[in-house]
Design a protein around this ligand. Sequence first.
Ligand SMILES: CC(C)(COP(=O)(O)OP(=O)(O)OC[C@H]1O[C@@H](n2cnc3c(N)ncnc32)[C@H](O)[C@@H]1OP(=O)(O)O)[C@@H](O)C(=O)NCCC(=O)NCCS
Length: 178
Amino acid sequence: MLLDISNHYRYIRKLRDSDLPFIVSWDQDDEVTFWSGKKFEGNGLTNAAWWHDLVTNPLRIGFGIQTMTGVLIGDAELEHIAWRNGEAELRISIGEKAHWNQGYGSEAIRELLHVAYERIGLQRVYLRVKKDNYRAIRAYEKAGFKKVGMLCATGHLKGKPELVLMESLAHQYAAVRA
Ligand SMILES: CC(C)(COP(=O)(O)OP(=O)(O)OC[C@H]1O[C@@H](n2cnc3c(N)ncnc32)[C@H](O)[C@@H]1OP(=O)(O)O)[C@@H](O)C(=O)NCCC(=O)NCCS
């Protein structure tokens, strides 16, 4: 699903189908996907099928991440949206690596949380992050996420507690903004 958020936010915007080639190119960057995982190869989805699902699936909302001058540098998503429980999982990736560590990630996450809580009425946003992804963990903490536990990996590290589970709650977010 693509939510119309035009002119409301600085660092996030509605995705356009013309953004797909950029998202595909970032998915071919091993350093980016080492941290964020691959979207396309390995999961059996063609690029077109991935895009079609993103724009039609009511349990997913995709966003572009942009600089102050409107240059697309990454993408993000609220996914696995459980409308009845009011929760969703956050995924974010800045594909343009030259823009890492400049505050775009944490600002974009803050704006995504505003969408989640103020625009669509969720109560909780959670995420999973590799335990040694210190940059991402710091960006999430700056945006108000807290570590709440560990999850064991699947795949070749199966059974090892490699993933940090973090959450942000609507009432805590409201208190910080007040
Ligand atoms: C994770 C990501 C979204 C963060 O966005 P960003 O714009 O780079 O992050 P920010 O600049 O807002 O914040 C990064 C913080 O981490 C800090 N940091 C960077 N490397 C660090 C390290 N090795 N150890 C500790 N802190 C580190 C930065 O100094 C900054 O903190 P500060 O503002 O207090 O100085 C982005 O880097 C990215 O997309 N990375 C690749 C994919 C990825 O990891 N996605 C998340 C998967 S869960």
